[in-house]
Design a protein around this ligand. Structure first.
Ligand code: C5P
Length: 298
């Protein structure tokens, strides 16, 4: 096999450091404003060129349960490959192999990260040379989280999720260490959005302040600014997630937040040493956890 017939990419999970729900749209979706950051936790995707056929093989590691994996034809990575082929009139097919480490249905990208990885990977494997903005728009056809993950880096996501801009960070940042914990329950995104109630007043200048914290790698300030409008609805529906959030807070995290529409929660920590200590405590309680850091890093 020729080296250019195969490519391996890391599809990073994401956390939403801020997530404001601004209202319901006429199409039933919600208008959002959110700062999305990729984290070091990732699925590994290997794409191999085939004459014309598509296939998908998934393996899970790190105690990730495979029970939530749906049928192949509904898999977002598979659909991303088919969309790329038809949109760009490509004659080749692809064999997709994914090693999954991101909790499935955990509010951390998961399937959307894989779709974004396949879009970026096929752009390279098939020599399409399409610009990032065009690929992000294509990703919006697959799901609201996909465009931000196609773009990569720290992104301001707006609208349904289709309007995405990289945050201006003036160069590489050191980033934040964080502990991610998953309670093993599955949150239905449509259900959580339907339970969202407007009314909370968003603290002013949230995006500007969080952007500043990221740029300065000021973890204490970022911890104080963490915000998610979906958290109340999730905690009410799933008290176990509220308890997990409290566990992270009591363990010493500087700030704790639900990721996306759940079910994972994450806590920002002072440094890796503190994160390792908190992970050990979660291990002792039998809670799925991982120590990660935000990307981009130096
Ligand atoms: O776009 P995606 O398929 O990921 O969205 C899953 C569900 O989440 C939608 O069917 C919708 O119920 C809800 N959603 C929403 N507003 C958004 C994104 C998602 O209401 N901006």
């Amino acid at each position: 096999m020729n080296a250019s017939d195969e490519i391996t990419i890391e599809a990073h999970a994401k956390v939403n450091l801020t997530l404001e729900v601004l209202g319901v749209r006429p199409d039933g979706y919600h208008d959002l404003r959110s700062i999305v950051m990729p984290v070091s936790l990732s699925d590994t995707i290997t794409l191999t060129r085939t004459p014309a056929t598509f296939s998908l093989a998934l393996t899970t590691v790190n105690g990730i349960s495979a029970t939530q994996i749906g049928p192949v034809e509904k898999n977002l990575a598979m659909r991303a490959a088919q969309l790329m082929q038809s949109r760009y009139n490509v004659q080749s097919g692809v064999r997709i192999r994914i090693c999954k480490r991101i909790p499935i249905g955990g509010g951390m990208g998961g399937g959307s990260s894989d779709a974004a990885g396949v879009i970026r990977g096929l752009n390279e494997l098939w020599g399409l040379r399409r610009p990032d903005e065009e690929l992000a728009a294509l990703g919006a056809e697959l799901g609201s989280d996909v465009p931000a993950l196609v773009l990569g880096g720290a992104v301001l996501m707006e609208g349904r999720g289709e309007r995405v801009h990289r945050l201006a960070l003036d160069g590489p940042v050191r980033g934040f260490d964080l502990v991610i914990a998953n309670p093993g329950v599955h949150c239905s995104t449509p259900e959580i959005f339907s339970r969202w109630k407007s009314g909370l007043t968003t603290p002013p200048k949230m995006v500007q302040n969080m952007t500043f914290s990221i740029r300065a790698s000021d973890v204490r300030r970022a911890a104080g600014l963490l915000y998610n409008d979906l958290e109340a609805a999730v905690f009410e529906r799933y008290p176990t997630i509220a308890r997990l959030s409290e566990t992270l807070r009591l363990a010493g995290c500087l700030g704790v937040l639900l990721s996306g529409s759940g079910a994972s929660v994450f806590g920002l920590v002072r440094d890796r040493a503190q994160g390792e200590e908190i992970c050990r405590r979660l291990d002792a309680d039998g809670v799925w956890n991982v120590l990660a850091h935000t990307c981009p890093m130096v």
